[in-house]
Design a protein around this ligand. Structure first.
Ligand SMILES: Nc1ncnc2c1ncn2[C@@H]1O[C@H](COP(=O)(O)OP(=O)(O)OP(=O)(O)O)[C@@H](O)[C@H]1O
Length: 333
């Protein structure tokens, strides 16, 4: 094994429940120290994929290796792959420190050592002073940090996270995203993070795996997936994209909403006439929705100043244009 060999390899992995194929065929390498997010709509097989990596489900076919060793038959207990998930599963009858120490106790680490390591991780996660609190005396964000400390205290090579932030308020999600990315980079641990949230995946991951119907639809850096979706499924899932007919029959192009320009008068050839429908404030700008030719929905992101100048009224006619370089031709459906 060299450092450049992947830490994890899924080769032709399939998982069926009865006749239902939850994961059809998965080939995926995950590098050492990489932050990979697996994203996709509900039921696409992302949790099943993570559970197979954790050893909680056995693949029906194919092979999963960690560090080059076949893992298919290795139980969760005998793997170095703790899983953090939304429901946390902290022990309510143990206090904060006891929760963090639990994994070490199970591994027979002596008491003074346990104490020192638990305190170190509580401090790293900003939980100093909370050692003797009961779990029900903590906020959601604090509980999540206890869960992380509990998983990280055993210093695993890899941490698996299944929608760990989905129960938190929006402002806490942003803070926890910062905590997670900082920890991951500092520790150099591999993170495999399952989420249905594009903003979480794109904000944190080095690479994003988009899954649909038990298969990988695209793997790439967040920007690649956003700017160059491979097919309609990815383009629609990522959102804020316009999918338009290309120059040749059957071809489709994608233009991201932030690359669409809106004019109140017809700028000439190539402009798409569109009726204004509504607008939506979206943090980074304002998304304007239009109805284009043949009822197709179109989106353009504008600034507040632009919106003020356009002063669009529902039903009003506008023209949408984009620079030639802004259109990405999709490879397939
Ligand atoms: N134990 C099981 N028995 C039968 N079917 C299952 C089982 N576990 C999962 N499935 C099915 O497999 C498919 C994939 O499930 P999975 O939990 O991996 O999806 P997911 O992408 O994580 O979805 P979500 O975002 O809703 O959690 C779903 O259709 C689900 O109903």
């Amino acid at each position: 094994m060299t450092d450049t060999d992947p830490l994890v390899r899924f080769s032709g992995v399939r998982k069926t429940y009865g006749t239902f194929e939850a994961v059809k065929h998965l080939d995926l390498d995950i590098g050492r120290g990489e932050f990979v997010a697996i994203m996709g709509p509900s039921g696409c097989g992302k949790t099943t994929t993570l559970r197979m990596l954790a050893g909680l489900e056995e693949p029906t076919a194919g092979e999963i290796t960690i560090d080059g060793k076949r893992m298919n038959e290795v139980s969760a207990h005998d793997r170095d792959t703790p899983l953090v998930w939304q429901s946390l599963a902290l022990f309510p009858f143990l206090n904060v420190k006891e929760n963090v120490e639990f994994g070490l106790k199970m591994r027979g680490v002596p008491k003074p050592d346990r104490h020192g390591r638990a305190m170190l991780w509580l401090e790293r996660l900003g939980l100093k002073g909370f050692e003797t609190r009961r779990i029900d005396q903590l906020s959601g964000g604090q509980r999540q940090r206890v869960a992380l400390a509990r998983s990280l205290v055993t210093e695993p090579r890899m941490l698996l996270l299944d929608e760990p932030l989905s129960a938190l308020d929006a402002h806490l999600v942003i803070r926890m995203q910062g905590v997670l990315t900082r920890l991951q980079k500092e520790l150099g641990i591999t993170f495999v993070y399952v989420t249905h949230s594009q903003s979480e995946a794109f904000a944190m991951a080095d690479r994003v795996v988009i899954m649909g119907h038990g298969e990988i639809a695209q793997i790439g850096k967040p920007q690649e997936i956003f700017r160059a979706p491979k097919n309609r499924f990815v383009a629609e899932f990522v959102g804020r994209n316009n999918i338009l007919p290309g120059k040749t029959p059957g071809q489709e192009i994608v233009v991201a909403a932030d690359r669409m320009q809106v004019s109140a008068s017809d700028p000439g050839e190539g402009a798409l006439p569109a009726e204004f429908l509504s607008e939506e404030f979206a943090g980074t700008g304002i998304i304007c929705y239009f109805e284009g030719p043949e009822g197709v929905e179109l989106k353009a992101q504008v600034t507040e100043d632009q919106l003020e100048n356009l002063a669009p009224e529902p039903g009003q006619r506008f023209w949408l244009t984009w620079a030639p370089g802004a259109a990405h031709v999709m490879a397939g459906t």
